[in-house]
Design a binder for this molecule. Structure first.
Ligand code: SF4
Ligand code: SF4
Length: 217
């Protein structure tokens, strides 16, 4: 297998416009989710079988008392060694695959027969969801139908700030390392999250737990 593809998500450049969230729904033909006002700009509340990508909003106070407001466009990381596929394979054959050329992690129809809670709890980032009617498992596909036709994922294409970049894994890893070094000049805690283990590599400027409890392992 080649080293495949990767996405860089530089959260320091994200303005929380949610273009990526909407583009994901549009490309995958997913409906909007009915929600209620919960006192936050994050909407919907979480990932679901019809929301593969959600921009999380987290706010609070830094150690020096200044406020922070962080944005984190959460989605499947397309792990290099995906534990969710191991969980599915422990129950049945043919429930999922990691594409040889791109590294995309994909669920196939038989996965609906795998015990959902086993699959969800196997994921360090709490990503898999289940359609309660069809029992099908659902998550981001890395826009496999697009990237296997030399087009970038819909979310990346939609991003107006350059927060998201798609490319060959070696190039994305090099870009991530360069950007972290730049950010460290201003934000000493800047880091890439688990870059050796995932294809969707986030950069943060602070403790990842301030962004989302499952941001990093
Ligand atoms: S992030 Fe979770 S759902 Fe995505 S490939 Fe990794 S283990 Fe599977
Ligand atoms: S499209 Fe880009 S800037 Fe807008 S929410 Fe998504 S990652 Fe952030």
């Amino acid at each position: 297998m080649s080293n495949g593809k990767s996405i860089l998500v530089d959260t320091s450049r994200c303005t929380a416009c949610r273009g990526c969230q909407v583009a994901c729904k549009q490309w995958n033909g997913l409906p909007g989710t009915k929600t209620t006002q919960r006192g936050t700009h994050q909407n919907p509340e979480d990932l679901s079988f019809e929301t593969y990508k959600v921009v999380r909003f987290e706010d609070g106070r830094l150690e020096n008392g200044k406020p922070y407001w962080y944005f984190f466009s959460d989605q499947c990381r397309h792990c290099i060694e995906p534990p969710c596929l191991d969980a599915i394979a422990s129950h049945l054959e043919g429930g999922g695959v990691r594409d040889e050329a791109t590294g995309a992690v994909l669920y196939l129809p038989p996965s609906s027969k795998a015990p959902f809670e086993d699959v969800r709890s196997s994921c360090p980032y709490d990503i898999p969801r289940q359609n309660p009617k069809t029992m099908g498992l659902a998550k981001c596909t890395l826009c496999f139908d697009r990237i296997s036709n030399d087009k970038p994922p819909a979310c990346v294409l939609s991003c107006p700030t350059g927060s998201m970049v798609f490319g060959d894994r070696e190039d994305i890893l090099a870009l991530a390392a360069k950007r972290v070094e730049e950010l460290k000049q201003t934000y000493p805690k800047a880091m890439a999250l688990n870059p050796d283990e995932v294809r969707v590599i986030y950069i943060v400027i602070d403790d990842p737990r301030k962004y989302h409890k499952h941001a990093a392992v």
